[in-house]
Design a protein around this ligand. Structure first.
Ligand code: PXL
Length: 270
């Protein structure tokens, strides 16, 4: 039976990220991807200036109200970039009582900075929203913000991430994937951790010394796709990381602000 995933992110028309990454990636794994757009932007905000921004909070309420009349069921929900703090409440209320896998990419910022539409109050609200998530995929900026700890850069030794993981597990989260973790000069990767089993592992790839917008969304979408397909956690994480790495390699000769060139790699997610 095909799985149906609710994908709650903005639509950045140009520059693949959020829903324009989630849609092709979840579909490539064989899932139905139903989008609930949070905002409509001309481009994402990494590497472009002067982007248009339309907050879709009011439209989201209408969409959900319509869906309630259709009694539509989802197997999983995958959320990322929200357009307003109120949307966190709207989505949380919609999900209440619904038994489905909750995959949360707690999009807040990167490189130690909050994205421009977010505030400290939004961070507090996101922390509450993350409670009880099945899977949480923060980068190190977001992990520090959610853990209430100072951001100390993306570089970590393998034995240094324990405190930050404990703070995230205190939010009653089952699985955490820390993304964009720098291991030494030459490597970057992820830390995966599972609360119940105590599993903890670092997965690494060579580091390309450039910032690629949309990488977090590409990785999280691939991880969500493979987890919903039924892969074991570590297998799904490895597939998603390899997919992201190969997509980065394909992007290097291009103008990187337009997002990762993942298209040629999509068949590896099936
Ligand atoms: O990739 C996260 C993201 C999502 N949506 C928008 C963004 C960003 C990151 O910059 O600007 C609109």
């Amino acid at each position: 039976m095909q799985k149906r995933i609710l994908s709650v992110h903005d639509i950045s028309c140009l520059g693949k990220c959020s829903n324009t990454a989630a849609l092709p990636i979840l579909s490539a794994a064989g899932h139905e991807c139903v989008i609930l757009p949070t905002a409509l932007l001309s481009t994402h905000t990494g590497g472009f200036v002067g982007n248009s921004f339309l907050d879709l909070t009011g439209v989201m309420k209408k969409i959900l109200r319509h869906w309630e009349t259709l009694h539509i069921r989802f197997d999983a929900v995958y959320t990322g970039y929200f357009g307003s703090a109120e949307q966190l409440t709207i989505v949380r209320d919609y999900l209440k009582e619904k038994q489905l896998l909750r995959f949360i990419d707690p999009v807040l910022g990167d490189c130690g900075e909050l994205y421009n539409i977010y505030t400290d109050a939004y961070v507090e609200k996101m922390r509450e929203y993350c409670r009880g998530a099945d899977v949480l995929t923060p980068n190190m900026t977001e992990a520090a913000l959610l853990a209430g700890m100072p951001y100390n850069g993306d570089r970590y030794e393998e034995n240094e991430v324990g405190t930050i993981l404990d703070a995230l597990f205190a939010l009653d989260v089952h699985r955490v994937v820390l993304t964009g973790v720098r291991f030494g000069e030459a490597e970057i990767g992820i830390v995966i951790a599972e609360r119940e089993s105590g599993l903890k592992a670092c997965l690494k790839t060579p580091y390309a010394d450039t910032f690629f917008p949309g990488t977090g969304d590409t990785f999280a979408s691939a991880l969500c796709a493979r987890l919903v397909a039924g892969d074991a956690f570590a297998d799904a994480a490895k597939t998603a990381l390899d997919f992201t790495y190969r997509s980065i390699q394909a992007t290097i000769p291009t103008e990187i602000r337009y997002g990762l060139c993942f298209e040629e790699e999509l068949s590896s997610l099936r």
